[in-house]
Write a protein that binds this ligand. Sequence first.
Ligand code: 5GP
Ligand code: MG
Length: 177
Amino acid sequence: MNNDIEKVLFDQTQLDKRMDEMADELNQKYADKQPIIIPVLNGAMIFASDMIKRLNFKLTIDPIKASSYAGAESTGKVKITQDIKSDVKDQPVIFMEDIIDTGRTLQALSEVMKDRGAASVEVVAMLDKPTTRVVDFHADYYGFQAPDAFLVGYGLDYNGLYRNLPYVGILKRKIYA
Ligand code: 5GP
Ligand code: MG
């Protein structure tokens, strides 16, 4: 599996350090708020579980699954394929996501929670790809900026594989070309 990786971008040590820093910010901001944490599955599962362990305030966890279908390519609609169970009305909500690319997924999911009356909506992303953004959306917290390359590991997959790599790396082109 490691042989399929062109280059390691962020290793466990780097990720741990950034997650500690982000957790410090969240621990201050949410100390008395009891937010609903919404990991966006499947990609965010590794990052979210590592982040959540660093949070020292009361919270609940309620994952969501979403897929963007490019059928009508220009719209790139986002569909919730597995919804949360919680009522978010008047509750603070924090999404946890692996990577913000076009921005469509988290923009759409944030809108849904605002429409449902969430008291606040914030987004924590492991990675941010600023150069491939197509909508005006920004994560409130992100670990690292990532280049416009196909990345795997730490939850990010190619055809379901590589999620278990304990680092984020660039997949060799020959694997998917
Ligand atoms: P977007 O921001 O474009 O709506 O969607 C972000 C989603 O696209 C991520 O949750 C992830 O599933 C997928 N994605 C974007 N860039 C990459 C990448 O480099 N590697 C992998 N494996 N998935 C990516
Ligand atoms: Mg995803």
